[in-house]
Design a binder for this molecule. Structure first.
Ligand code: HEC
Length: 242
């Protein structure tokens, strides 16, 4: 039964381009999955259920992964209406405001990390084409609901490449993850802070920062594993004298 449910889950998540695995195993080097941000749960909560957008996914990555929450958006900014007819991709729609100086301050930093996540649809399924209800090629599983007669076609190709503000370029999810992982100190610091907030039950105070830095430095010296990080945290005065 358990095997069946895992298979059913994979059948939903995978497309013909990514056949369901016979059993769960560590992902192959060319597999788009692996790591926190490619998990279906994360991809699902960062999409609105109908469409994906690099903005909320980018904000999530910047906040939860890099520990640098973006400034809240200014009031009076109109929402982007996704083009369900499939003629213009969400990236093309957003390019306009990334090139606008009033918006670029936040969006040029926030949006690009999630371009790599464009390879994943609203429930985390891998995709190489967007869905379209207008122009497009016939889709193998084109009928969403045979009873209400809505169907979709294969729309424009997904472009999962991008460049960060640092001008580091990536062609897709794997390269983006490699760039992010190279900055392990940033990731470790954020993770240490998130674990510490959870463990001590309140935000990190100004005078806790040295202790966090110590935990990060000691974990980093021992290889930067999560297990080590948790050991260092639980042995620190920050945790033990909370
Ligand atoms: C101070 C930083 C900041 C500035 C400046 C800014 N934004 Fe945003 N914007 C944000 C944040 C943060 C979000 C919300 C992300 C989320 O959903 O959590 C957002 C969301 C959006 C969204 C919603 C996108 C979606 O898919 O849900 C649009 C559209 C948008 N901004 C357009 C603009 C435009 C156009 C400008 C310039 C006139 C602009 N923003 C300037 C920070 C900013």
């Amino acid at each position: 039964m358990r095997g069946l449910s895992i298979w059913a889950f994979c059948a939903v998540l995978c497309t013909a381009a990514e056949p369901p695995p016979a059993k769960l195993k560590p992902s192959a080097p060319d597999c788009p999955r692996g790591g926190f941000i490619t998990q279906a749960a994360i991809l699902k909560i960062t999409a609105n259920g109908t469409t994906t957008s690099p903005v909320p996914r980018g904000a999530f990555v910047q906040d939860r992964i890099f520990g640098q929450p973006p400034e809240p958006p200014p009031p009076n900014v109109a929402a982007v209406e996704p083009d369900v007819r499939g003629a213009t991709t969400i990236r093309e729609l957003l390019d306009k405001h990334r090139n606008n100086i009033a918006c670029a301050g936040c969006h040029a930093k926030m949006d690009p990390p999630s371009f790599a996540l464009e390879s994943f649809d609203v429930i985390g399924g891998f995709r190489t084409r967007y869905r379209s209800i207008g122009e497009g090629d016939p889709a193998p599983r084109g009928a969403i609901d045979p009873f209400i007669g809505i169907s979709f076609k294969l729309g424009p190709p997904v472009d999962a490449s991008g460049a960060l503000l640092s001008e580091q370029k990536f062609s897709g999810i794997r390269e983006f993850q490699a760039i992010a992982a190279a900055n392990s100190e940033l990731l470790l610091k954020n993770l240490a802070q998130q674990f510490a907030i959870y463990a001590i039950g309140h935000d990190i105070a100004f005078n806790d920062r040295d202790q966090i830095a110590g935990i990060v430095a000691r974990s980093h010296k021992q290889g930067g594993g999560i297990r080590t990080l948790i050991h260092e945290l639980t042995q620190s005065p920050l945790f033990q004298t909370r």
